[in-house]
Design a protein around this ligand. Structure first.
Ligand code: PMP
Length: 305
C-alpha cells in the first residue's frame, strides 16, 4: 500500500491526505480522460533535487493539449506547487504524481461543464521493481497484449486511459511468474514495457526504439545523453523480439524503474547474464540524479526541506 504523507495539493491548496477526495461521478472515473506525470526527487546529501522538473511539467501540459484538456494553472504554478508539496511533506526524496482530470459534471462521453481538476501527491517510493531488480536484473515476457496503435490511443500523451493496456499486460506478466511485460507494437516490433522504455546493447552499440508508438521517456532521453557522453554509440532503431533474445544486454528505464537490467526474456537468458555496460550506465545515472556529476547540474531542480 502507498505510504501516506501529510498533504496533497488539490486545485490550488494543500489539503490533508485523507481529505483529497472526488465525487463518484467524476468524468475521468467513467471514461478515463486524465493526464499524469511521474517524477522523482533525490536526496543529494545537504539538499534535494527534482530530476528534470521542467521537462516533466512540459510533458504534463503537452499530454493535456493532446487530449484537448485545458489545465487551469500555469506551468510555473504547477512547478512551484510540486516543490511546495515536497516541502510540506518534508520529503527529501520520493515520487511525485501530478494528475489532471475531468471532474464531475456532465455524464455523457462529451465533457461539457466538467471542471478540470488537478492534484499533486508525493510519497516515498524505493526501487519500483525491487532493490534486487536493480542489482540482479528482472525476468520479462513478451505480452499477449499489443501496445497501442498511434491512431487508436494518443501514445505521446501520458493519459490515464492508456494505462488499461499497461495494467492488463502487467497483471498477465506477474500472474505468469515474470517481473514485467514487454509489449510489441502493432507492426510486431518491440515498443516498451507497461511503464518503462527499453534499450538493448548489441556488439557494443546501444539501441533503443524510435519515438513512434512509445511514450517519450525522459529517462530514455537522459540515458541517451549520458551514454553518448560516456563514449558509447547510441542509435534509435526498430528491433524485433528475436534481436532482443540475442542482445548482449538489455534494460528498462523510466522514472519509477530507473535503470533496471533485464536478465531473461521469454525464458532465454540475455547475454552472459552479466551486464557491464548497463551497470556502468546505471552507476552514472545514479550519480547524475543525486547531484554527484556537475556536468548535469542543469537537470536538477534543487530544494531544501
Ligand atoms: N513508457 C511508459 C508507458 C511509461 O509509463 C513510462 C513512465 N512514465 C515510461 C515509458 C518512461 O518515461 P519516463 O522516463 O519519462 O518516466
Amino acid at each position: 500500500m502507498v505510504q501516506k504523507t501529510p498533504y496533497i495539493w488539490f486545485d490550488g491548496n494543500l489539503v490533508p491526505w485523507d481529505e483529497a477526495q472526488v465525487h463518484v461521478l467524476t468524468h475521468a472515473l467513467h471514461y478515463g480522460v486524465g493526464v499524469f506525470e511521474g517524477i522523482r526527487a533525490y536526496n543529494c546529501g545537504d539538499c534535494s533535487a527534482v530530476f528534470r522538473l521542467p521537462e516533466h511539467v512540459r510533458r504534463f501540459f503537452d499530454s493535456a493539449r493532446i487530449l484537448r484538456m485545458t489545465i487551469p494553472h500555469s506551468e510555473q504554478t504547477i512547478t512551484d506547487a510540486i516543490v511546495d508539496t515536497l516541502k510540506a511533506n518534508n520529503m527529501k526524496e520520493g515520487y511525485i504524481r501530478p494528475l489532471s482530470f475531468f471532474g464531475a459534471g456532465a455524464m455523457g462521453v462529451l465533457p461539457k461543464d466538467n471542471p478540470v481538476q488537478t492534484i499533486i501527491a508525493t510519497w516515498p517510493w524505493g526501487a519500483y521493481l525491487g532493490e534486487d531488480a536493480l542489482e540482479k536484473g528482472i525476468r520479462v515476457c513478451t505480452s499477449s497484449f499489443t501496445r497501442h496503435h498511434v491512431n487508436v490511443m494518443m501514445t505521446k500523451s501520458k493519459a490515464v486511459g492508456n494505462y488499461v493496456n499497461s495494467v492488463l499486460a502487467k497483471m498477465e506478466a506477474v500472474d505468469d511468474g515474470y517481473d514485467e511485460a514487454l509489449m510489441l507494437d502493432t507492426n510486431g516490433y518491440v515498443s516498451e514495457a507497461s511503464g518503462a522504455n527499453i534499450f538493448i546493447v548489441r556488439r557494443g552499440i546501444i539501441k533503443t526504439t524510435p519515438l513512434t508508438s512509445i511514450l517519450e521517456g525522459i529517462t530514455r532521453d537522459s540515458l541517451m545523453v549520458v551514454a553518448k557522453a560516456m563514449g558509447y554509440t547510441v542509435v534509435e532503431q526498430q528491433f524485433t523480439r528475436d534481436e532482443l533474445y540475442v542482445a548482449d544486454e538489455a534494460f528498462f528505464c523510466g522514472t519509477a524503474a530507473e535503470l533496471t537490467p533485464i536478465r531473461e526474456v521469454d525464458r532465454r537468458q540475455i547475454g552472459t547474464g552479466e551486464f557491464p555496460i548497463s551497470r556502468a550506465l546505471q552507476k552514472e545515472f545514479f550519480k547524475v540524479v543525486q547531484g554527484q556529476d556537475p556536468a548535469y547540474e542543469g537537470w536538477l531542480h534543487r530544494y531544501s526541506c
